[in-house]
Design a protein around this ligand. Sequence first.
Ligand code: ZN
Length: 304
Amino acid sequence: MPELPEVETVARGLQREVAGRRVVSVTLGKTDFMDNPAEMERLLPGAVIRVVERYGKFMLLRLNPAEPGEETALLVHLGMTGMMMPKPAGEPHAKHTHLVALLDDGRELRYVDPRRFGRMAMLSGETLQKELSRFGADPLQVRLEEFLERIRSRKARIKALLLDQSVLRGVGNIYADESLWKAKIHPAQLGARTSLEQTERLYHALQGILEKAIVLRGSSISDFLDADGEPGEYQLHHRVYGREGKACPRCRTKIRRIVVAGRSSYFCPNCQRAPRGRKHAVRTKPVLRRGASKGSAKVAAVKK
Ligand SMILES: [Zn+2]
């Protein structure tokens, strides 16, 4: 699933390509992943795409509505296989194209999603504010003091805290595992038991990894493409994620995979020592994340 660096990459591409363009008309395909397709058909035509930005793992297309009114935005979650990019109007539509917005420059902004685990919602005024307020701090903007507080005041496992979108918005499985490895913290360690020094290491590791991944336009696993249709390159720099049985780049110990908070977690058992009393693999029940999107249950069910 696209995480912060992948969504940032797509949002920057769309900002470059479609910001300032007016939507002329909208055609929808399958709408079962859309909160309010009728509102999209009503509010998108005539609206100008003011700015495209990332909010956690979502993209926000902030709009100047056709008629003066409340602040309006199209919220887009790419799910596992969603892609959003502009194409010349004459180009044939790819299979699984579910939104086509004709723009005033003759191109079409298209959303393609074979599995439809994504989400799309037209939000205005209070509904928009309410939706955004459900999410925690942005890991690239959060100050060290706030980060320490958010992690160390909680009894949940640190991996679960990193994935909890109400704690930090935008981190998913790949970048959680990579930053815990870099900071030498076991994924099953409790937030409250993490030392100041460890948590500070994690803060810098997470920011450094996210920034590097954005430069490399994200990780392309499960078909991720940016707004120009190009894959990212950060997957070539993964140290533990998806590398079970391979040597840890730091100490050559074999990378292991355990389940923490219902998710696969890759770690080095030598560099990332198990919390006391927990030498073996830890299984915990999946946590229903506050602020999770409608599609999350489906996603959790199919992820390994
Ligand atoms: Zn190691």
